[in-house]
Design a protein around this ligand. Structure first.
Ligand code: ASP
Ligand code: MG
Length: 486
C-alpha cells in the first residue's frame, strides 16, 4: 500500500468518526439548555467521535426577528428597535449565566457588536419603509449568528475546544432569498477547506444552521426550519459517519403518543418512509433535506436532547426487513375536500389540466386526488384562497366543498406486494366513514380521508390492529413490556 493510499484510508477512518450534531431552538433556548447541549457533545467526544455542531437560533428568536423586520418595513422604527432590544437583553442574560471571566466579557462585546449592526440595519429598513426578501434574510440571520457564537464559547469554556464558524463562509447558495437553494459542489469545497482542518486539529466547530450566502457573499436563508437542511449539507459535504438531529422528542413514534399512550419508538426507518411522514408534521426531516445524505448513505439519527439516554430513531437508506407492515400512523387535520363534477369531462382531454391550473394560479398545494369519468375529488389544506379557487372552478364545473376533514396516512415499506393489508385496515375502522382512498405510487403508504372528529378513534383502532405484536428488532417494545410487568 502506498503512502498516499494509507493517508487516504486514514482520512476515511477520520470521517467515520465525524458526526454532525444539530441542535434545534429548544436545545439552545437558554443557558440550561446550552449546558445540556454541551454535555451531550462532550459525551460524543468522550466516545472518540469528532463532532461538528450546527445550531438553530434560540427558541422563538427567528419569529421575533421576522416581526422586527416587518415592523421596520412598515416604517415602525421604534417598535422594531424595541423588539431588537428585548432580544439583546435575552442574549446578554443567557451569556451572563452561561459564561464567566474574560470569556464572558469577550462574548458580551461580540453580541453587542452584532446587535448594534442589527439596529443599524433595522433603522435603514425603517427609513426606506420597505422590506425586501434580501434584507429580511439579513435580519433573520442574526439569530443563528449569535446562537452559534454563544454555543461555541460555552464549548470552549467546558474544554471542548469550541470554535465558531460563520456558516455563510461555507453554505453557498443561489440568490433565491427566503428559500435559497444550496450549491453542493462549492459547499463541499468550502467545508473541506475551512471546517475539516479544525476537526482534524481536535476542535469542535459550531455553525449556525439555516443561513448561507451567495457566491458574492450576500446573506441568504434556506427557508424556515432550515437548520436540519444545513446539518444534512454539512454531513454530506464532509462525508460524515452520521448526522444527529437533536430535538425534543424521543425520535419517530408509531403514532402520536398523546392519542395512543402505548405508541412505541421506531428504532429504524427508511429515508422514504421518513419522507412520507415528514409531510404529516411528524418531527422528522423534510424530504428535500434528506437527499444530500441519502445519496451518500449517511445514517441520520433523530434524538431527544432532554432525554439523551434514549436511543432515538435511525433513518437509513434501506429499511431492514420488518415483520410489521407499517412503521407509523400519522394524521393531518384541517383539510377540505373539493368535489369537481362535470359531465363535460366525459371523453375530453385537457380538463384535468384546466382544473389544476386554477390551483396553480393560487399556489394551492393539493394533497390527494381521486378521479372518476365525470368527477374529481381533491383535498387541500383549508385556506383563505379556497373561495376564489371555487369561484373559478365553478365556471367549468359544479363544485362542492366539504371542510373539517382529516387525512390518515399509514407508512411502511413492508406493505409492498403483501395482500390482505387493506382488508385489515378497513375492517379495523369499519365503523368510521371513509371519504377518499389512495395508495401512493411509492407503494409505501396508504392514505384515506375521514371526518376530523373521527381521527382519534380511527388511530386507536388502527394502532391496536397493527401494533399488538410489533417486531422487536424495529420497534422499542421494552417500555411496553416494563409497563405490563408493573
Ligand atoms: N431558526 C430557524 C427557524 O426557526 C431555522 C431552524 O430553527 O431550523 O426556522
Ligand atoms: Mg427546527
Amino acid at each position: 500500500m502506498s503512502e498516499a493510499q494509507r493517508a487516504e484510508e486514514r482520512v476515511g477512518e477520520a470521517r467515520t468518526n465525524l458526526v454532525v450534531m444539530k441542535f434545534g431552538g429548544t436545545s439552545v433556548e437558554d443557558a440550561k439548555a446550552m449546558l445540556r447541549t454541551t454535555a451531550i457533545v462532550r459525551g460524543r467526544r468522550e466516545r472518540g467521535l469528532s463532532p461538528v455542531v450546527v445550531v438553530s437560533a434560540m427558541a422563538r428568536v427567528t419569529d421575533m426577528l421576522l416581526a422586527a423586520a416587518a415592523a421596520a418595513g412598515r416604517g415602525d422604527k421604534f417598535g422594531s428597535l424595541a423588539l431588537a432590544a428585548r432580544l439583546r437583553n435575552r442574549h446578554f442574560d443567557t451569556a451572563a449565566e452561561l459564561l464567566c471571566g474574560d470569556r464572558f466579557t469577550e462574548v458580551r462585546a461580540a453580541i453587542c457588536a452584532e446587535f448594534d449592526s442589527l439596529d443599524d440595519l433595522l433603522r435603514g429598513i425603517a427609513a426606506v419603509g420597505e422590506l425586501t426578501p434580501r434584507t429580511s434574510d439579513n435580519v433573520v440571520s442574526y439569530g443563528e449568528r449569535i446562537s452559534s457564537l454563544m454555543v461555541a464559547a460555552a464549548f470552549a469554556q467546558h474544554g471542548l475546544n469550541g470554535v465558531q464558524v460563520d456558516a455563510r463562509t461555507c453554505i453557498i447558495t443561489d440568490d433565491h432569498f427566503g428559500k435559497a437553494a444550496p450549491q453542493e459542489a462549492p459547499i463541499e469545497a468550502k467545508l473541506t477547506e475551512l471546517v475539516l482542518p479544525l476537526v482534524q486539529a481536535g476542535q469542535t466547530p459550531v455553525m449556525g444552521g439555516f443561513i448561507g450566502a451567495t457566491a458574492d457573499g450576500i446573506t441568504t436563508t434556506l427557508g424556515r426550519g432550515g437548520s436540519d437542511f444545513t446539518a444534512a449539507l454539512v454531513g454530506g459535504g464532509l462525508y460524515a459517519g452520521a448526522i444527529e438531529i437533536w430535538t425534543d422528542v424521543n425520535g419517530i413514534m408509531t403514532t402520536d403518543p398523546r392519542i395512543c399512550p402505548d405508541a412505541l419508538r421506531v428504532k429504524t426507518i427508511s429515508f422514504e418512509e421518513a419522507a412520507e411522514l415528514a409531510y404529516f408534521g411528524a418531527k422528522v426531516l423534510h424530504p428535500a433535506i434528506i437527499l444530500p445524505v441519502v445519496q451518500k448513505s449517511i445514517p441520520v439519527w433523530v434524538l431527544n436532547s432532554r432525554n439523551s439516554e434514549n436511543e432515538g430513531t435511525k433513518i437509513t437508506a434501506m429499511a431492514p426487513p420488518c415483520a410489521s407492515p407499517f412503521k407509523s400512523i400519522a394524521a393531518k387535520k384541517r383539510l377540505t375536500i373539493i368535489d369537481v363534477v362535470a359531465s363535460r369531462m366525459l371523453m375530453t382531454h385537457g380538463y384535468l389540466k384546466a382544473v389544476f391550473d386554477i390551483f396553480d394560479k393560487y399556489h394551492c398545494a393539493i394533497d390527494m386526488v381521486s378521479t372518476s369519468e365525470v368527477s374529481i375529488s381533491l383535498t387541500v389544506d383549508s385556506n383563505e384562497r379556497l373561495r376564489e379557487i371555487c369561484g373559478e372552478l365553478s365556471k367549468i364545473a359544479d363544485v362542492k366543498l366539504e371542510g373539517s376533514k382529516a387525512l390518515i396516512c399509514m407508512v411502511g415499506e413492508d406493505i409492498r406486494g403483501r395482500s390482505g393489508i387493506s382488508a385489515r385496515v378497513f375492517s379495523a375502522i369499519r365503523h368510521v366513514n371513509v371519504r377518499m382512498i389512495s395508495q401512493g405510487a411509492s407503494e409505501i403508504n396508504m392514505s384515506f380521508m375521514i371526518e376530523e372528529s373521527d381521527v382519534e378513534e380511527a388511530i386507536r383502532s388502527l394502532h391496536a390492529e397493527f401494533f399488538v405484536d410489533p417486531d422487536p428488532t424495529v420497534f422499542d417494545t421494552e417500555a411496553r413490556v416494563a409497563a405490563a410487568k408493573a
